[in-house]
Design a protein around this ligand. Structure first.
Ligand code: FES
Length: 143
């Protein structure tokens, strides 16, 4: 009897998704499976790259126009949660002034994501630390 690999893969994917739903909010799953603003900006105004205690690295690039973040992109070699965090955070900072973006905390990010399990909270801290590094880099370029 042959095994339908596609069918098997689909069943496996459904199972993984069902398991994830027991742990993560709908928003986290949506933002992890359908990332927003993932990728790179060719000539960004500020770049932050931070490696967290988990060993994963997140990069955030920002473009600033008239004192506001007009565009941002993130990349991560980390977990699915870090993809959800990068997606949500880059959405949150769009059209924000530098001061407003700097005021965003990991608690704000967690709130927008509908929370994270305790063991994944550090992923949101890593995302916010990376944003601050990108803003720092932008600040040192315009001084
Ligand atoms: Fe490293 Fe999530 S970013 S475990």
């Amino acid at each position: 009897m042959g095994v339908d690999i596609d069918e098997l893969a689909k069943r496996l994917e459904t199972q993984v998704l069902e398991d994830a739903k027991e742990v993560f909010s709908e928003t986290v799953i949506e933002y992890a499976y359908n990332p927003r603003n993932m990728g790179a900006i060719g000539d960004a105004d500020g770049v932050g790259r931070v490696t967290g205690t988990c060993g994963d690295t997140v990069r955030i690039q920002i473009r600033v126009e008239n004192g506001r973040i007009s565009e941002s992109r993130f990349m991560t070699d980390g977990c699915g949660t870090s993809i959800a965090c990068g997606s949500m955070l880059t959405e949150m900072i769009t059209d924000k002034t530098i001061e407003e973006a700097l005021a965003i905390t990991s608690d704000d990010l967690l709130r927008n994501l509908g929370g994270l399990p305790e063991e994944n909270v550090h992923c949101s801290v890593l995302a916010v630390d990376t944003l601050r590094a990108a803003i720092d880099d932008y600040g040192s370029c315009v001084k």
